[in-house]
Design a protein around this ligand. Structure first.
Ligand code: URA
Length: 234
């Protein structure tokens, strides 16, 4: 693949912009500046720098963001900054999308990718991929609340009861809730339907991938798709 095209696929701009980057000597391969935009390289695993920043060629990208509160999961946010503003512009330009959405005030694990099949697999109701949330509730967490969430609660737009895949009390006002569905505001509506109220919501896992506890809010890491899809609904 030519260097110009390679940079274009990785989100470094239009073909013309990528040509200019190369001609300006801002791109290195294997530690050496390469000034020829039409030089051919085998892309798999290729390491390069642009303006001194290190990159590895990736056919598809997968990453995990520790979403802070106060960011909207939209490219055109209405009231708050966009989660896309927390990612390098190259990744946004190559078309990464969040896998599902978190509310503006929800924190924690948000996956991004430009792999449409991966998004479909993770969000398809048929696959029932598990999502784990830590909930802080306004009122004390009672045994009756846990029992109701496991048995299933009625949500207005659902014909049958909606049940947690797992639920346990973790403190006086906290619980851990695992859902296999992804309905709109599902955690907040389920907790409200069971007679309590969500004060804070933090997602800690999706599928087999758990948010690393060392990753600060606003931080992100590269992933492999297999880290999330290790086993069905894990
Ligand atoms: N359920 C909610 O209510 N909000 C979220 O952000 C995610 C799940």
């Amino acid at each position: 693949m030519t260097l110009e095209r390679l940079l274009h696929t990785q989100g470094f701009g239009t073909r013309k912009e990528c040509r200019t980057l190369v001609r300006q000597g801002r791109v290195t391969i294997g530690g050496r500046a390469c000034g020829d935009p039409y030089a051919e390289f085998e892309p798999a695993g290729l390491q390069f720098t642009v303006d001194g920043e290190h990159w590895v060629y990736r056919d598809k990208v997968y990453l995990a963001l520790n979403k802070p509160s106060g960011y909207e999961c939209s490219r055109n946010p209405l009231h708050h900054p966009s989660v896309f503003s927390l990612l390098p512009p190259q990744l946004v330009r190559r078309g990464v999308q969040p896998v599902g959405r978190l509310d503006e005030d929800t924190t924690g694990l948000l996956l991004f990718t430009d792999d449409g099949q991966f998004i479909h697999a993770l969000t398809s109701p048929r696959r029932g991929i598990a999502k784990v949330y830590e909930v802080t509730a306004r009122h004390p967490v009672s045994d009756a609340l846990i029992t109701a969430l496991i048995a299933g609660v009625r949500l207005r737009d659902d014909p049958g009861p909606v049940a947690a895949a797992a639920c346990s009390k973790t403190g006086e006002h906290t619980l851990r809730l695992t859902l296999s569905g992804g309905r709109y505001h599902q955690v907040k509506r389920m907790i409200a339907a069971a007679g309590n109220r969500v004060e804070a919501l933090h997602r800690v896992a999706v599928g087999s991938y758990a948010l690393p506890d060392w990753l600060p809010a606003k931080g992100w890491v590269w992933l492999e798709a297999s880290e999330v899809m290790r086993s069905r609904g894990a």
